[in-house]
Design a protein around this ligand. Structure first.
Ligand code: AMP
Ligand code: MG
Length: 356
C-alpha cells in the first residue's frame, strides 16, 4: 500500500489546512487509516463505528486483539452516542480536563462495535487538545478510534519520522505536523465505579483529578509491579516501549549512580558493545558512554517525558546494546507527573532496577 505523507506547517493558510484535513477525514470515513499528531503522542485513526477499520488498526500495528482502542471525539455533544450514561463525576472531569490528555472509561453504548473495544462492554473516550486532531475528527464524522501510531512493542511515536518508520506501506496517510509536546500517553481513568480509578498514570495526575472529584483510586499494578492482579487496562499488561538494547534503571545516591553506571558502560565498551545513558543535566558531564542523553532538570518532568520515547528510538538507531537510566523513584512515590514518567521507564526496562 502506498502511504501518502501530508505535511502541514504551522504557518500554512487556514483554507489549505482545511482542505487537507477534509481529504484525510474522507479517507477515514471510507474505512481507511490516517496517523495524526495529538498533544500526547501520534495516533493511528480509523472510523470507530466501522469494525473493519478497527481490524485494520490491529493488523497495521500488530496489536493483540484484546487490547481495546480509545475513541477520540471533538465535541462533548458527541459523547452520548457512544456511552450508556455520563456519570456526574465524569462530566466534572470533562469540564476540567477536556480537551486534554485524559481518557475516561464508560459503559459502552450498543452502537460501538466490540472490535473497537477489544470485546469489552466498556469504552475508552478522549477529547484531544490539538487543533489539527480536532479538525480531523470532525471531518472524519466525529468518532475516531486511535491507539498510538507505533508498531506494537515499540515506543509511542512523538515525531512524524517515527510514524513513517513504523507505518509507511501499512496505512493510507500520515499527517506530518507539530505536536506531541507532552510525549507520554493520556491518563486513563475508569469512571464506571463510584470512586474514579486511575488505570494508567499520565500528565493529569491523581492530585489534579482528586482536586475536581474528591476521592480517587489507583490500580495497584501501577505502583506495585509484584502485584498478582491483572492490570485493569488490558494494554498495561504488555511490555511496551521496549528498546532493542537492554535497559536498566539505576536508583540511589546521585554520585553512586554515576559511579555504577560509568563502571558498567566502561566494561561493556571494553567488550566492543555500544552503551547509552539517560541522565539529568546536573550529572551529565560526568557520564561516559557512546551516547549520553540529557533528560533535563530532575525537578521538571516535562522535559524527560517529552523526550523519553525519542531517546529510546535513538538508542535503537545508534545500535546501543546496553542502556542505563537514572531513576525518578522519589517522585514515583509522590504520585505526580514523575510517576507517569517512571511507569513508562520501568515498562521499557522490563522492571530491571539496580539499587546502589
Ligand atoms: P494506546 O491508545 O495505544 O495508548 O492504548 C490504549 C490504552 O487504553 C490501552 O492500555 C488499553 O488497554 C486502554 N483501554 C482502552 N479501552 C479500555 C477499556 N474499555 N477499559 C480499560 N482500558 C482500556
Ligand atoms: Mg500504545
Amino acid at each position: 500500500m502506498e502511504t501518502k505523507i501530508l505535511t502541514i506547517g504551522a504557518s500554512d493558510p487556514t483554507a489549505s489546512v482545511g482542505e487537507k484535513l477534509a481529504c484525510a477525514g474522507s479517507i477515514i470515513r471510507q474505512g481507511g487509516l490516517v496517523a495524526f499528531p495529538t498533544e500526547t503522542v501520534y495516533g493511528l485513526g480509523g472510523d470507530a463505528f466501522n469494525p473493519e477499520s478497527s481490524r485494520k488498526i490491529y493488523a497495521a500495528k500488530g496489536r493483540p486483539g484484546d487490547n481495546p482502542l480509545i475513541i477520540h471525539i471533538a465535541d462533548m455533544a458527541h459523547l452520548e452516542r457512544i456511552v450508556r450514561a455520563v456519570p456526574a463525576k465524569a462530566r466534572m472531569l470533562a469540564d476540567a480536563f477536556w480537551p486534554g490528555p485524559l481518557t475516561m472509561i464508560f459503559e459502552k453504548a450498543a452502537a460501538v462495535p466490540y472490535q473497537t473495544t477489544g470485546g469489552l462492554d466498556t469504552v475508552a473516550v478522549r477529547m484531544p487538545n490539538h487543533p489539527l486532531a480536532n479538525l480531523l475528527i470532525r471531518e472524519a464524522g466525529g468518532y475516531v478510534a486511535a491507539p498510538s501510531a507505533n508498531l506494537s512493542g515499540k515506543p509511542s511515536p512523538t515525531l512524524a519520522k517515527y510514524v513513517i518508520q513504523d507505518m509507511a506501506g501499512r496505512i493510507d496517510m500520515i499527517i506530518d505536523a507539530d505536536g506531541a509536546q507532552i510525549g507520554l500517553e493520556s491518563t486513563i481513568v475508569d469512571v464506571t465505579c463510584e470512586v474514579p480509578m486511575i488505570l494508567r498514570p499520565g500528565y493529569i495526575t491523581q492530585q489534579m483529578l482528586s482536586g475536581v472529584v474528591g476521592e480517587t483510586d489507583m490500580d495497584v499494578t501501577i505502583y506495585d509491579s509484584s502485584s498478582p492482579q491483572a492490570p485493569r487496562a488490558p494494554g498495561m499488561k504488555y511490555r511496551h516501549y521496549a528498546p532493542k538494547g537492554e535497559l536498566v534503571v539505576v536508583d540511589g545516591d546521585p554520585q553512586e549512580v554515576v559511579r555504577y553506571i560509568n563502571e558498567q558502560t566502561a566494561m561493556h565498551e571494553a567488550q566492543g558493545e555500544r552503551t547509552g545513558i539517560i541522565g539529568t543535566s546536573r550529572m551529565l558531564a560526568q557520564y561516559r558512554a557512546s551516547s549520553v542523553k540529557n533528560a533535563g532538570d530532575r525537578e521538571d518532568f516535562r522535559t524527560v517525558a517529552g523526550q523519553l520515547y525519542t531517546f529510546l528510538r535513538e538508542f535503537d538507531d545508534e545500535d546501543i546494546a546496553y542502556i542505563y537510566a537514572e531513576s525518578f523513584a522519589e517522585t514515583f512515590e509522590d504520585k505526580g507527573f514523575g510517576q507517569a514518567v517512571m511507569n513508562r521507564l520501568l515498562k521499557a526496562a522490563g522492571h530491571r532496577v539496580v539499587h546502589v
